[in-house]
Write a protein that binds this ligand. Sequence first.
Ligand code: GLN
Length: 304
Amino acid sequence: MIDFQHILTSINEAASNEKDKGKIADYIPELAKVNVDNFGIHLIDIQQHNFSAGKSDEQFSIQSISKVLSLSMALGLIGEKVWKRVDVEPSGDPFNHLSLLELENGIPRNPLINPGAIVIADILVSQLKNPKEDFLNYVRNIANDDTIDYDIDVAQSEKRTGFRNFAAANLLKSYGNLKNDVDVVLDFYFHQCSLAMNCVQLTNTFFMFMNNGKCRRNNTFLTVSQVKRINAIMLTCGFYDEAGEFAFEVGLPGKSGVGGGIVAFLPNKFCVSTWSPGLNPKGNSKLGMLALEKLTTETELSIF
Ligand code: GLN
């Protein structure tokens, strides 16, 4: 029997002793207000035992982690038609890069880089009556937690400074791969990215990806085949141009965000999330990656 609590406690200690904690994302000014010393980790196993260390109950901006949830909702609504508008190949590029988009005629490489997530946001805006409200309810329902909410200050902050996302959306529009108004789609996208969660809420939400599409209450949100597709995309594209490194060091499917959160899981075994706001040069949480590498090395549990 693995002593998860012992391992998480020692990971938390190692993180607080680490001198170089990475650099906070400040291109969204509101994110720069967070203290770089924060560290939290939470793990839930398939039997729903919970283990925590550090600031696992402090909320942060989940940012790009939300792209997995919007993809899930879109897949649930329109099924395989999603793949006509977005591809499933790793980009090998930073999350906000636009060069491939032009080369590949407005079809984003995958749904987890910004242009891909903006296309998914467009699908949701077309499909949903009240997109922001309906998406929030979808997430709350998966997590069984009505306290989860958008952080309006973060959404507004990104709206003021998200010039690259405006560029991406306009480029998509010029290729005919954006059906709705740029402003409407980006308003939804910025809200989606501003979702605030703590490590516990994040593992509760992502429990379904390690549990064949069923949430903690055993309600089905995705088919087994849809979960296979989404988990494969997380493994190959969840960490942008560091997806290879994450698979190499950690060996789990997962997703990161520029708020410093990472969620990762071993199907049918456990789901874990970390929060440490300092990022490495590729935009992934520096100490979060180290923590997860330590976890899978010490437990000898990974998909490989
Ligand atoms: N909202 C952020 C952006 O579009 C998300 C990026 C991220 O978390 N990698 O730039």
